[in-house]
Ligand binder design. Structure first.
Ligand SMILES: Cc1cc2nc3c(=O)[nH]c(=O)nc-3n(C[C@H](O)[C@H](O)[C@H](O)COP(=O)(O)O)c2cc1C
Ligand SMILES: CCCCCCC(=O)C(=O)O
Length: 363
């Protein structure tokens, strides 16, 4: 693993390790995959305004998310079905999260059960949920997560229907049986045509979900509630008004609505209207420590990492996930040092220049 020097290199290793159907599922975005490229490219258009002659002999990357101390503002995004990537599945990912002292958001579509993940290690875990037409199923899973010591619920709000992932349609992607749902719903779909994941999603997801349902979610859990999948100031305001505890600016890793904006380009408009009332997190296209820094400079409290975690898992199991997190942390640390920011609180809006600002300066 010493030969691996950045997280992108895990993508090719994952491709070699996985059957094509599974690699395509993890790797793919919706339709033309325009947003998939943009999520990464938009970070590259942001430049630094580094400060010098600041004492950076000690760098402290640590921060707190909902009161939980983590070693750096880098968390694990919810991604479905880790056992398709590695036999130990979400347990390996959770152990890596614990070793790196960060938070893992476990997917509603996990292949290990909530209880298995909880008893495997002491990682701080949040549970991501989808709301099914059968609300009782979602409610039971939330209750089990609460009982198993999960610390927050992350409601994904950008999947009233599954985006068109053309690779999955071509491959007739199989949706496996998920242990969490045993005795509740059959998740196994082997489609004659199209994507099994899409077929499963359309039969289960409640597309009528709306802001008033935050109240329903509040009525079934005492845990903090984050909404994941907002991209506009209008929805950010709705979220604050609905009384949620946090927001994840996300386009679902570009797997839902193609030509949605790159997340980093809309972060500021969300942060601006939220006015510090609740934490704002971001995911989508974070591949470098410099990206983490840029997101924090534009107002995020932390970032979530999706595909690189799965690629690390596929290539090298728990050690691969650890390596992905450690590489991002190392890159973030040197970015802080070279920008003149010894602590997270020292990172400000003035440390970056966005593409808009550059264009403006030309007028
Ligand atoms: C293979 C895969 C599975 C995903 N599964 C879920 C999921 O179950 N629930 C969810 O809210 N988001 C899911 N996402 C979206 C991620 O949580 C996250 O928003 C996205 O991956 C971040 O972008 P990145 O992959 O560029 O880091 C998934 C993404 C991928 C790539
Ligand atoms: C019931 C919904 C299936 C969603 C599959 C997992 C997911 O979110 C993804 O992006 O893939």
């Amino acid at each position: 693993m010493d030969q691996i020097v950045n997280v992108d290199e895990f993508q090719e290793l994952a491709k070699q390790a996985l059957p094509k159907m599974y690699f395509d599922f993890y790797n793919g975005g919706a339709e033309d995959q325009h947003t998939l490229k943009e999520n990464v490219e938009a970070f590259r258009r942001i430049m630094f305004r580094p400060r010098v002659l600041v004492d950076v002999s000690k760098i402290d990357m640590s921060t707190r998310i909902f009161g939980f101390p983590i070693s750096a503002p880098i968390m694990i995004a919810p991604t479905a079905m880790h056992k398709l990537a590695h036999p130990e599945g979400e347990i390996a990912t959770a152990k890596a999260a614990a070793a790196c002292n960060t938070i893992m958001i476990v997917s509603f579509m996990s292949t290990c059960t909530i209880e298995e993940v909880a008893s495997s290690c002491n990682a701080v875990r949040f549970l991501q949920i989808y709301v099914y037409k059968r609300r009782d199923v979602t409610a039971q899973i939330v209750k089990r997560a609460e009982n198993a010591g999960f610390k927050a619920i992350v409601l994904t709000v950008d999947v009233p229907r599954l985006g068109r992932r053309e690779a999955d349609i071509k491959n007739k992607m199989i949706s496996p049986q998920l242990k969490n749902f045993e005795g509740l719903v059959s998740t196994e779909v082997r489609p004659n045509e199209g994507s099994g994941v899409e077929a499963f999603a359309s039969s289960t997801l409640d597309a009528s979900l709306s802001w008033k349902d935050i109240e329903w979610l509040r009525s079934i859990t005492k845990l903090p509630i984050l909404v994941k999948g907002l991209l506009t100031r209008e929805d950010a305001l709705m979220a604050v008004e609905a009384g949620v505890d946090g927001i994840v600016v996300s386009n679902h890793g570009a797997r839902q609505l193609d030509y949605s904006p790159a997340t980093i380009t809309v972060l500021e408009e969300v942060v601006h209207v939220v006015r510090g009332r609740i934490p704002v997190l971001l995911d989508g296209g974070v591949r470098r420590g410099t990206d983490v820094f840029k997101a924090l400079a534009l107002g995020a409290q932390a970032v979530l990492i999706g595909r690189p975690i799965v690629y690390g898992l596929a290539a090298k199991g728990e050690d691969g996930v650890k390596k992905v997190i450690e590489m991002l942390k190392n890159e973030f640390e040197i970015t802080m040092a070279l920008s003149g920011c010894p602590t997270i609180d020292d990172i400000t809006r003035n440390h970056v220049r966005t593409e808009n600002e550059r264009l403006h300066s030309l007028l």
